[in-house]
Design a protein around this ligand. Structure first.
Ligand code: URA
Length: 368
């Protein structure tokens, strides 16, 4: 098979078959296809799309490029959550301990920030000592005893996605429905959970700017998950303004803590409660969403969710006293010079500023 034929086929709007998609992903993982050809195919997919069957084959090939986590040592139904990436999105920090306090088993692998969207690992690492490198045994044991563990995604999970994502990031081919769906679902399926809730962000600060596109993405991811016997639900949530008030790793951890004490911003608190309710109902812990929502709110009010967060951080060697002792940078209030209503926010720009300042502080450079 010659790779140029795949590029031409997709460029001209034709379907790729399973053998061709497997060839593409195996060649990516083994490094036998040059990046300029991979980039050309990604651009052709960006413009011509892929149908559902191609997207299934792509997900399967990316999933099979690495290993699949075996969570069978954890008792009960395992739950997971994924966000397509937003600005100020600290949902996992509050959701994971909340659902664990409600009896769920949250076995979560997380990633670093992508482009203008922050990553859960970076946020958690703003807590001094927090260890994201758990061994498989320690991870499974912690989920069994505490109900929650969060570790960094290892390089053997969907390695083809890592390589392709890096190319997509610098070739303007991230916002493609089949590419996003296969990227996310290959990693979720490799992570081994039984119940998955997807938080699909829509708006200026999201990869999906348009609600219809976000809906198509959600349906595709649900169908991919169902093919593998998983219970998948998707929420479309607003990213036309940052979630909550805080953007930036440490500030977002502070806001998640406030939310776990029921003192967080309304939009963020509501989102966390909604997601917790669906996850726990699908895991069979509550009869209906209303009962689960009521219990989730109770756990924010009665301290159980925050206690679970403290235990989770301590189990992963994080030091909350040292975190509290860190200085918060100076803040400046900027007032409007006339009365009015904020009708829209440049969310993407806010995310890019935060990404730029994070890269400055860690000396990383993003390729142009
Ligand atoms: N998050 C992912 O993991 N992959 C994408 O393609 C987009 C968001």
């Amino acid at each position: 098979m010659r790779f140029i034929e795949l590029i031409e086929k997709k460029r001209d709007g034709h379907r790729l078959n399973q053998a061709e998609i497997t060839f593409f992903i195996e060649g990516t993982t083994k490094g036998t296809i040059p990046e300029y050809q991979l980039s050309a195919l990604l651009m052709a997919i960006y413009f011509q799309g892929m149908d559902e069957e191609e997207s299934f084959h792509l997900t399967k090939a990316i999933l099979e490029s690495g290993s699949v986590i075996d969570l069978s040592a954890i008792d009960g139904i395992k739950v997971d959550k994924h966000s397509t990436g937003g600005v100020g999105d600290k949902t996992t920090l509050a959701l994971a301990p909340l659902v664990a306090s409600m009896g769920a088993k949250m076995a979560k692998l997380s990633g670093r920030g992508l482009g203008h969207t922050g990553g859960t690992l970076d946020k958690l690492e703003s807590i001094p000592g927090f260890n994201i490198a758990l061994s498989e045994t320690a991870f499974n044991q912690q989920v069994n005893t505490l109900g929650v563990a969060l570790a960094g995604q290892t390089s053997d999970i969907a390695p083809a996605d890592k390589l392709l994502y890096a190319l997509r990031d610098v070739t303007g081919t991230v916002p493609s429905i089949p590419l996003i769906a296969s990227s996310i679902m290959s990693k979720k399926l490799a992570s081994g959970a039984d119940v998955i809730v997807l938080d699909v962000k829509v708006g200026d600060g999201a990869f999906m700017k348009d609600i219809e596109e976000a809906r198509k993405l959600s349906h595709l991811m649900i169908r991919i998950g169902e093919q593998y016997g998983k219970k998948v639900s998707a929420f479309l949530t607003n990213m036309s303004e940052p979630l909550g008030f805080a953007i930036g790793n440490r500030l977002e951890v502070i806001e998640a803590i406030q939310t776990l004490k029921n003192q967080g911003p309304e939009d963020f608190t509501n989102l966390v409660i909604e997601l917790a309710a669906v996850l726990t109902v699908k895991a069979g812990l509550f009869k209906d969403v209303n009962a689960a929502k009521k219990e989730a709110l109770n756990h924010l009010k009665n301290g159980l969710a925050y206690q679970k967060f403290e235990a989770f951080v301590a189990a992963q060697e994080g030091d909350l006293n040292a975190f509290d002792a860190l200085e918060v940078g100076a803040s400046t209030a900027i007032y409007a010079d006339q009365d009015g209503v904020v009708s829209q926010m440049a969310t993407l720009e806010l995310g890019l500023r935060s990404d730029a300042s994070r890269r400055r502080s860690t000396n990383q450079r993003r390729p142009d």
